[in-house]
Design a protein around this ligand. Structure first.
Ligand SMILES: [Zn+2]
Length: 81
């Protein structure tokens, strides 16, 4: 379970793909949010919750916003351009 107040990002479970940060070289998992935005997560992020989309029944993972690499990258300034 997510700690109280933890911000979660809902992504399609089948959208996960491996990658690496072009700024710091960290291993990343890319995933597409249910809003259609590609986002990088640190390492192999563990889903805090799971659900199924009401319309498509596709599996949705609720990942911690704290695992988003935009927040944790030591070169984060480069992400904000
Ligand atoms: Zn990085």
């Amino acid at each position: 379970m997510a700690p109280r107040g933890e911000q979660l990002v809902r992504v399609w479970a089948n959208s996960r793909g491996r990658g690496a940060c072009r700024s710091c070289g960290a291993v990343l998992t890319w995933a597409t949010t249910i809003a259609g935005k590609r986002m990088p997560f640190d390492g192999d992020p563990v889903a805090r919750q799971m659900s199924h989309d009401a319309a498509t029944r596709d599996l949705v993972e609720h990942l911690s916003a704290g695992d988003v690499h935009w927040r944790t990258c030591p070169q984060a300034d480069q992400w904000r351009r």
